[in-house]
Design a protein around this ligand. Sequence first.
Ligand code: ZN
Length: 212
Amino acid sequence: MKAAEGHNHGIRRETVPAKGRWSARLEPGQTLTLVDTKGQQAVDFLCYSAELPLDRINIPNTVKLNKSLYITKGSRIYSDHARVMMTVLEDTCGYHDTLAGCCSCEIDKVRYGVVKTESCRTNFIAELAKWAMAPSEIVSNINFFMRVPFAADGGVVIADGVSKAGDYVVLRAEMPVLVVLSNCPQQHNPAAGFEPTPVEVIVADAPADGGA
Ligand SMILES: [Zn+2]
């Protein structure tokens, strides 16, 4: 790979506050590091092709092609068109959820009897609006740092997270992608350890020499 002349090896580092949201466009080779700064903090994650927005993260394709319900080092995120969108380069946590989707005001009223205004779904709606994308673009997502074990009989629960303070996952964009995050505001199950906390996001350019 030839390095672009005059292109700086840039790093952009931001804190996403507790209950907050974030999005960015990444170019191929750029990496996104998500740091669970305090531990046990679910980060709900969506991604879309930046050039063909109707091609987007597809969880069943991702599960089938990785042959696993968990995302971890070496996993790839696949699109509706079964293209590789991103690859997980590093993971200090061990596994990340593909089953539980995002929390919403609607399901939290049903399952916990609470009326609320904040949820991953409302975060996704607000963040997608920045990119002129509608709520109908919300599909099943990955939950980084969230643990949803499943039993042989099909039983599924949202369990206590196993991520520790400082655990991180590194993803490399394999195509131009729009990534959208919700730092889960949930306080009625263990997704955010019952106490939502900030996370850190780091976007780094591909190595200038194309190596290592
Ligand atoms: Zn949530």
